[in-house]
Design a protein around this ligand. Sequence first.
Ligand code: ZN
Ligand code: ZN
Length: 302
Amino acid sequence: MTREVAVLGTASQVPTRHRNHNGYLLRFDDEVILFDPGEGTQRQMLMAGLAVSPITRICITHFHGDHSLGLPGILQRISLDKVPHPVAVHYPAQGQEFYDRLRHATSYWDNADIVPAPVAGATFAAETSAGRLTALPLWHSLPTYGYRLTEPDGRRMVPALLAEHHIDGPAVGELQRAGRLGDVTLDQVSVIRPGQSFAFVMDTGLCDNVYALAEGVDLLVIESTFLNEDKSMAEMVGHLTAAQAAAVARESGVRKLVLSHFSQRYQDASRFLDEARPEFAGEIVLAEDLMRVPFPARTSSE
Ligand SMILES: [Zn+2]
Ligand SMILES: [Zn+2]
Protein backbone atom coordinates (compact mmCIF):
# COMPACT_ATOMS: atom_id res chain seq x y z
CA MET A 1 0.00 0.00 0.00
CA THR A 2 1.39 3.37 -0.98
CA ARG A 3 1.09 6.52 1.05
CA GLU A 4 2.72 9.49 -0.62
CA VAL A 5 2.20 12.86 -2.28
CA ALA A 6 3.23 13.24 -5.91
CA VAL A 7 4.06 16.90 -6.47
CA LEU A 8 2.88 18.05 -9.89
CA GLY A 9 3.49 21.79 -9.63
CA THR A 10 4.94 24.24 -7.13
CA ALA A 11 4.60 27.78 -8.56
CA SER A 12 2.38 30.49 -7.20
CA GLN A 13 0.60 32.82 -9.63
CA VAL A 14 2.53 32.04 -12.83
CA PRO A 15 4.44 28.97 -13.95
CA THR A 16 8.19 29.26 -14.51
CA ARG A 17 10.63 27.24 -16.62
CA HIS A 18 11.08 24.83 -13.70
CA ARG A 19 7.83 25.11 -11.79
CA ASN A 20 4.36 24.33 -13.10
CA HIS A 21 1.18 25.75 -11.58
CA ASN A 22 0.10 23.82 -8.45
CA GLY A 23 -1.03 20.21 -8.39
CA TYR A 24 -0.60 17.48 -5.75
CA LEU A 25 -1.75 13.87 -5.97
CA LEU A 26 -2.19 12.21 -2.59
CA ARG A 27 -2.12 8.41 -2.60
CA PHE A 28 -3.42 7.02 0.68
CA ASP A 29 -3.79 3.31 -0.11
CA ASP A 30 -6.88 3.13 -2.34
CA GLU A 31 -7.92 6.74 -1.77
CA VAL A 32 -6.34 8.97 -4.42
CA ILE A 33 -7.05 12.67 -4.09
CA LEU A 34 -5.97 15.34 -6.55
CA PHE A 35 -5.50 18.71 -4.84
CA ASP A 36 -5.56 22.05 -6.66
CA PRO A 37 -5.03 21.12 -10.31
CA GLY A 38 -3.49 24.23 -11.84
CA GLU A 39 -2.96 24.76 -15.55
CA GLY A 40 -0.91 21.94 -17.09
CA THR A 41 -1.75 19.33 -14.44
CA GLN A 42 -2.80 16.75 -17.03
CA ARG A 43 0.62 16.87 -18.70
CA GLN A 44 2.47 16.96 -15.37
CA MET A 45 0.68 13.71 -14.43
CA LEU A 46 1.93 12.20 -17.67
CA MET A 47 5.47 13.33 -16.88
CA ALA A 48 5.13 11.84 -13.39
CA GLY A 49 3.90 8.51 -14.78
CA LEU A 50 0.48 8.92 -13.19
CA ALA A 51 -2.91 8.09 -14.70
CA VAL A 52 -6.20 9.82 -13.88
CA SER A 53 -8.07 6.51 -13.49
CA PRO A 54 -7.22 5.91 -9.79
CA ILE A 55 -8.43 9.40 -8.76
CA THR A 56 -11.29 9.05 -6.30
CA ARG A 57 -11.83 12.74 -5.55
CA ILE A 58 -10.60 16.23 -6.33
CA CYS A 59 -10.19 18.99 -3.72
CA ILE A 60 -9.95 22.64 -4.74
CA THR A 61 -8.90 25.14 -2.10
CA HIS A 62 -10.06 28.21 -4.05
CA PHE A 63 -10.73 29.48 -7.53
CA HIS A 64 -7.55 31.31 -8.36
CA GLY A 65 -6.15 30.07 -11.67
CA ASP A 66 -2.96 28.59 -10.24
CA HIS A 67 -5.15 26.19 -8.20
CA SER A 68 -7.95 25.37 -10.60
CA LEU A 69 -7.28 26.14 -14.28
CA GLY A 70 -6.28 22.50 -14.78
CA LEU A 71 -9.67 21.19 -13.66
CA PRO A 72 -11.28 21.22 -17.16
CA GLY A 73 -8.46 19.13 -18.63
CA ILE A 74 -8.52 16.63 -15.78
CA LEU A 75 -12.31 16.22 -15.88
CA GLN A 76 -12.29 15.77 -19.65
CA ARG A 77 -9.47 13.24 -19.37
CA ILE A 78 -11.43 11.29 -16.74
CA SER A 79 -14.26 11.14 -19.25
CA LEU A 80 -12.00 10.20 -22.17
CA ASP A 81 -10.38 7.40 -20.14
CA LYS A 82 -13.82 6.07 -19.16
CA VAL A 83 -13.06 6.08 -15.44
CA PRO A 84 -15.84 3.78 -14.19
CA HIS A 85 -16.21 5.02 -10.61
CA PRO A 86 -17.71 8.31 -9.36
CA VAL A 87 -15.24 11.14 -8.72
CA ALA A 88 -16.28 13.66 -6.05
CA VAL A 89 -15.18 17.26 -6.45
CA HIS A 90 -14.92 19.48 -3.38
CA TYR A 91 -14.58 23.26 -3.67
CA PRO A 92 -15.78 26.39 -1.86
CA ALA A 93 -19.54 26.66 -2.35
CA GLN A 94 -19.18 30.42 -2.80
CA GLY A 95 -17.24 29.70 -5.98
CA GLN A 96 -20.05 27.72 -7.63
CA GLU A 97 -20.07 29.96 -10.74
CA PHE A 98 -16.36 29.28 -11.32
CA TYR A 99 -16.87 25.54 -10.83
CA ASP A 100 -19.75 25.54 -13.32
CA ARG A 101 -17.61 27.25 -15.96
CA LEU A 102 -14.62 24.98 -15.45
CA ARG A 103 -16.85 21.89 -15.44
CA HIS A 104 -18.17 22.77 -18.87
CA ALA A 105 -15.31 24.86 -20.22
CA THR A 106 -15.38 23.33 -23.72
CA SER A 107 -17.40 20.81 -25.66
CA TYR A 108 -16.60 17.13 -25.04
CA TRP A 109 -18.28 13.77 -24.73
CA ASP A 110 -19.14 14.00 -21.07
CA ASN A 111 -19.76 10.51 -19.74
CA ALA A 112 -17.87 10.53 -16.44
CA ASP A 113 -19.63 10.32 -13.09
CA ILE A 114 -18.45 13.63 -11.61
CA VAL A 115 -20.14 14.37 -8.28
CA PRO A 116 -19.94 18.00 -7.14
CA ALA A 117 -19.78 18.19 -3.34
CA PRO A 118 -19.13 21.82 -2.41
CA VAL A 119 -17.77 22.86 0.96
CA ALA A 120 -19.46 25.51 3.10
CA GLY A 121 -19.14 26.66 6.70
CA ALA A 122 -16.78 24.86 9.06
CA THR A 123 -18.58 21.52 9.44
CA PHE A 124 -17.81 19.80 6.15
CA ALA A 125 -16.89 16.13 6.50
CA ALA A 126 -16.81 13.29 3.97
CA GLU A 127 -16.11 9.65 4.80
CA THR A 128 -13.50 8.18 2.46
CA SER A 129 -11.85 4.77 2.25
CA ALA A 130 -8.86 6.32 4.04
CA GLY A 131 -10.77 8.06 6.82
CA ARG A 132 -12.54 11.35 7.35
CA LEU A 133 -11.95 14.28 5.01
CA THR A 134 -12.67 17.63 6.63
CA ALA A 135 -12.28 21.24 5.49
CA LEU A 136 -11.97 24.59 7.26
CA PRO A 137 -12.14 28.13 5.86
CA LEU A 138 -8.87 30.02 5.52
CA TRP A 139 -7.98 33.69 5.17
CA HIS A 140 -7.32 34.81 1.57
CA SER A 141 -8.65 37.34 -0.94
CA LEU A 142 -11.57 35.06 -1.87
CA PRO A 143 -13.29 32.09 -0.18
CA THR A 144 -10.62 29.44 0.46
CA TYR A 145 -10.64 26.11 2.30
CA GLY A 146 -7.87 23.93 3.66
CA TYR A 147 -8.35 20.16 3.82
CA ARG A 148 -7.41 17.43 6.24
CA LEU A 149 -7.58 13.64 5.96
CA THR A 150 -7.63 11.72 9.23
CA GLU A 151 -7.34 7.95 9.30
CA PRO A 152 -9.12 6.36 12.30
CA ASP A 153 -7.00 4.49 14.83
CA GLY A 154 -6.72 0.76 14.26
CA ARG A 155 -5.40 -2.15 16.31
CA ARG A 156 -2.28 -4.16 15.75
CA MET A 157 -2.16 -7.76 17.00
CA VAL A 158 0.90 -8.53 19.13
CA PRO A 159 2.25 -12.05 18.33
CA ALA A 160 3.81 -12.51 21.80
CA LEU A 161 0.50 -11.74 23.51
CA LEU A 162 -1.40 -14.04 21.14
CA ALA A 163 1.07 -16.84 21.94
CA GLU A 164 0.67 -16.19 25.66
CA HIS A 165 -3.05 -16.86 25.28
CA HIS A 166 -2.47 -19.82 22.91
CA ILE A 167 -4.33 -18.15 20.06
CA ASP A 168 -3.19 -18.86 16.52
CA GLY A 169 -4.41 -19.66 13.01
CA PRO A 170 -8.06 -18.89 12.16
CA ALA A 171 -8.80 -18.09 15.81
CA VAL A 172 -6.93 -14.79 15.40
CA GLY A 173 -9.36 -13.62 12.70
CA GLU A 174 -12.29 -14.81 14.80
CA LEU A 175 -11.05 -12.76 17.76
CA GLN A 176 -10.57 -9.68 15.55
CA ARG A 177 -14.08 -9.96 14.15
CA ALA A 178 -15.89 -10.73 17.39
CA GLY A 179 -13.76 -8.58 19.71
CA ARG A 180 -13.25 -11.54 22.04
CA LEU A 181 -12.54 -15.26 22.02
CA GLY A 182 -13.70 -17.08 25.12
CA ASP A 183 -12.26 -15.12 28.04
CA VAL A 184 -9.70 -13.25 25.91
CA THR A 185 -10.61 -9.77 24.70
CA LEU A 186 -9.08 -7.93 21.77
CA ASP A 187 -7.30 -5.33 23.91
CA GLN A 188 -5.47 -8.10 25.82
CA VAL A 189 -3.65 -9.24 22.70
CA SER A 190 -3.35 -6.06 20.62
CA VAL A 191 -2.26 -2.43 20.85
CA ILE A 192 -3.72 0.70 19.32
CA ARG A 193 -2.18 1.65 15.98
CA PRO A 194 -2.73 5.40 15.64
CA GLY A 195 -4.15 6.45 12.27
CA GLN A 196 -2.07 8.63 9.98
CA SER A 197 -3.15 12.08 8.88
CA PHE A 198 -2.50 14.63 6.17
CA ALA A 199 -3.27 18.35 5.81
CA PHE A 200 -3.27 20.60 2.76
CA VAL A 201 -3.10 24.34 3.41
CA MET A 202 -2.84 26.71 0.46
CA ASP A 203 -3.18 30.45 0.04
CA THR A 204 -3.89 31.91 3.41
CA GLY A 205 -2.60 34.37 5.93
CA LEU A 206 -2.05 33.04 9.44
CA CYS A 207 -5.35 32.20 11.15
CA ASP A 208 -6.58 29.72 13.75
CA ASN A 209 -7.79 27.25 11.14
CA VAL A 210 -4.28 26.86 9.72
CA TYR A 211 -3.27 25.43 13.10
CA ALA A 212 -6.48 23.41 13.44
CA LEU A 213 -5.89 21.71 10.09
CA ALA A 214 -2.21 21.02 10.81
CA GLU A 215 -2.68 19.77 14.39
CA GLY A 216 -0.57 16.65 14.86
CA VAL A 217 -0.55 15.55 11.22
CA ASP A 218 2.07 13.18 9.85
CA LEU A 219 2.41 15.14 6.62
CA LEU A 220 1.61 18.81 6.01
CA VAL A 221 1.70 20.41 2.56
CA ILE A 222 1.56 24.16 3.08
CA GLU A 223 2.06 27.30 1.05
CA SER A 224 5.30 29.18 1.52
CA THR A 225 4.89 31.97 -0.99
CA PHE A 226 7.17 34.62 0.48
CA LEU A 227 10.40 35.22 2.38
CA ASN A 228 10.76 37.37 5.49
CA GLU A 229 11.72 40.46 3.49
CA ASP A 230 8.17 40.48 2.05
CA LYS A 231 6.36 39.54 5.25
CA SER A 232 4.18 42.65 5.41
CA MET A 233 3.03 42.15 1.83
CA ALA A 234 2.30 38.49 2.59
CA GLU A 235 0.04 39.57 5.44
CA MET A 236 -1.69 42.13 3.24
CA VAL A 237 -2.54 39.71 0.43
CA GLY A 238 -3.28 36.60 2.54
CA HIS A 239 -0.17 34.47 2.16
CA LEU A 240 2.48 32.85 4.38
CA THR A 241 6.23 33.18 4.59
CA ALA A 242 8.45 30.11 4.85
CA ALA A 243 9.21 30.95 8.48
CA GLN A 244 5.51 31.27 9.34
CA ALA A 245 4.70 27.95 7.66
CA ALA A 246 7.51 26.24 9.58
CA ALA A 247 6.40 27.80 12.87
CA VAL A 248 2.90 26.44 12.25
CA ALA A 249 4.43 22.98 11.79
CA ARG A 250 6.35 23.30 15.06
CA GLU A 251 3.44 24.61 17.11
CA SER A 252 1.06 22.02 15.66
CA GLY A 253 3.33 19.02 16.21
CA VAL A 254 3.61 18.15 12.52
CA ARG A 255 5.98 15.26 11.70
CA LYS A 256 6.96 16.09 8.12
CA LEU A 257 6.66 19.47 6.42
CA VAL A 258 6.38 20.12 2.69
CA LEU A 259 6.78 23.75 1.59
CA SER A 260 5.42 24.76 -1.82
CA HIS A 261 3.64 27.51 -3.82
CA PHE A 262 6.77 29.63 -4.21
CA SER A 263 6.73 33.14 -5.62
CA GLN A 264 8.71 33.46 -8.84
CA ARG A 265 10.28 36.68 -7.54
CA TYR A 266 13.02 34.73 -5.76
CA GLN A 267 15.75 33.11 -7.85
CA ASP A 268 17.21 30.85 -5.17
CA ALA A 269 14.72 28.41 -3.59
CA SER A 270 17.20 27.37 -0.90
CA ARG A 271 16.42 30.66 0.87
CA PHE A 272 13.00 29.23 1.81
CA LEU A 273 14.75 26.38 3.60
CA ASP A 274 17.20 28.78 5.27
CA GLU A 275 14.30 30.73 6.77
CA ALA A 276 12.17 27.69 7.65
CA ARG A 277 14.90 25.61 9.31
CA PRO A 278 15.29 27.69 12.53
CA GLU A 279 11.53 27.36 13.16
CA PHE A 280 11.06 23.59 12.71
CA ALA A 281 13.39 20.80 13.76
CA GLY A 282 11.58 18.00 11.88
CA GLU A 283 11.97 16.94 8.27
CA ILE A 284 11.40 19.77 5.77
CA VAL A 285 10.90 19.13 2.06
CA LEU A 286 11.18 22.00 -0.41
CA ALA A 287 8.75 20.84 -3.06
CA GLU A 288 10.01 20.43 -6.61
CA ASP A 289 7.90 19.46 -9.61
CA LEU A 290 7.51 15.69 -10.14
CA MET A 291 8.89 14.86 -6.69
CA ARG A 292 7.33 12.00 -4.67
CA VAL A 293 7.09 12.64 -0.94
CA PRO A 294 6.37 9.52 1.15
CA PHE A 295 4.56 9.66 4.48
CA PRO A 296 6.99 9.39 7.39
CA ALA A 297 7.35 5.87 8.75
CA ARG A 298 5.02 5.03 11.61
CA THR A 299 6.76 5.49 14.92
CA SER A 300 7.91 2.29 16.64
CA SER A 301 5.19 2.51 19.29
CA GLU A 302 2.64 2.20 16.50
ZN1 ZN B 1 -1.97 30.51 -5.32
ZN1 ZN C 1 -4.83 32.40 -4.24
